[in-house]
Write a protein that binds this ligand. Structure first.
Ligand SMILES: Nc1ncnc2c1ncn2[C@@H]1O[C@H](COP(=O)(O)OP(=O)(O)OP(=O)(O)O)[C@@H](O)[C@H]1O
Ligand SMILES: [Mg+2]
Length: 267
């Protein structure tokens, strides 16, 4: 097969997610609150993409629309090339405040998404047990959330999200409330999970270094109503390590990201 023939026979790579011209205006009584200006973004298959932007700019709103929990005012969304009206179940969505149910064990919390889908109990339990074992939480399977540390609770919430859908994850600032060391250990754990599952991830953070440590690409969003100010490729080696952030190229990138964000907030 010559190279021209090979190109003709290779199907074009369908992105995991394509967001095209999505805007959102909330109507609060007579008040109109524009939350998103038209936004375009893509996540390629297996890519790790991060959104960073000022507080209140519309990041969670965009996630709600992608997950099908809320409706856009305009625009379209495709997942795996399909623009379904109902997108429920096509992504695992970890909310900004993920609630673990206090009366269910870790294992039962992780099974939640499968219970909602009426997967037979034994099958759901086995899937949860395998996932907990694979990602180092087997010994906590029968614990209740109140007995876990904050970092552990976030791991459980993440595995619950993964068990619901392991190919496309929407993670809304999952590590925001953690101390620096716990946060770092969860970032490394998430990277391992992402690589093992070959998942596509769209991630929200306020932390420039977190964005750089994790991502292939970063979308920098404006203040509300959010639009894309800049798309920055993070061309650091994989697997990522903390020391990659000390490379001269990283320090320049960090300054660039901070500069765009601070300028947007008039700092
Ligand atoms: N249901 C709603 N009705 C009216 N306004 C809303 C609603 N939900 C969100 N908003 C407004 O839309 C804007 C964007 O909110 P959103 O939660 O998406 O921001 P965010 O970027 O996720 O913020 P943060 O970084 O603090 O989590 C805010 O001004 C918020 O008050
Ligand atoms: Mg938010």
């Amino acid at each position: 097969m010559d190279s021209q023939q090979a190109i003709l026979e290779t199907p074009p790579q369908v992105p995991k997610l394509a967001v095209c011209g999505i805007s959102k205006v909330y109507r609060d009584g007579t008040r109109h609150v524009p939350a998103l200006d038209p936004i375009d973004l893509t996540v390629a298959q297996g890519e790790f993409v991060t959104l960073i932007g000022p507080s209140g700019c519309g990041k969670s709103t965009l996630f709600n629309i992608i997950a099908g929990v809320d409706e856009a005012s305009e625009g379209s969304i495709t997942i795996d090339g399909h623009s379904n009206v109902t997108r429920a179940g096509q992504c695992g969505y970890m909310l900004q405040q993920p609630l673990l149910l206090s009366w269910r064990t870790v294992e039962e919390n992780v099974m939640l998404g499968l219970d909602v889908r009426h997967v037979p109990h034994k099958q759901a339990q086995q899937a949860a047990q395998e996932l907990l074992k694979r990602f180092g939480l087997a010994e906590f399977a029968q614990s209740y959330p109140t007995t876990l540390s904050g970092g552990m609770r976030q791991r459980v919430a993440l595995l619950r999200t993964v068990l619901f859908n392991s190919s496309f994850l929407l993670l809304d600032e999952p590590f925001g409330a953690l101390d620096a060391l716990t946060r770092f250990s969860l970032q490394m754990w998430l990277l391992e999970l992402w690589q093992t599952l070959q998942a596509s991830v769209l991630f929200i953070t306020h932390d420039v270094r977190e964005a750089m440590l994790l991502s292939d690409r970063v979308y920098v969003l404006s203040a509300r109503p959010a639009h894309v100010l800049r798309v920055i490729n993070i061309d650091l080696p994989r697997p990522r390590k903390q020391e990659h952030l000390a490379l001269p190229a990283s320090l320049l990138l960090e300054q660039e990201l901070l500069h765009v964000l601070m300028k947007e907030q008039g700092l």
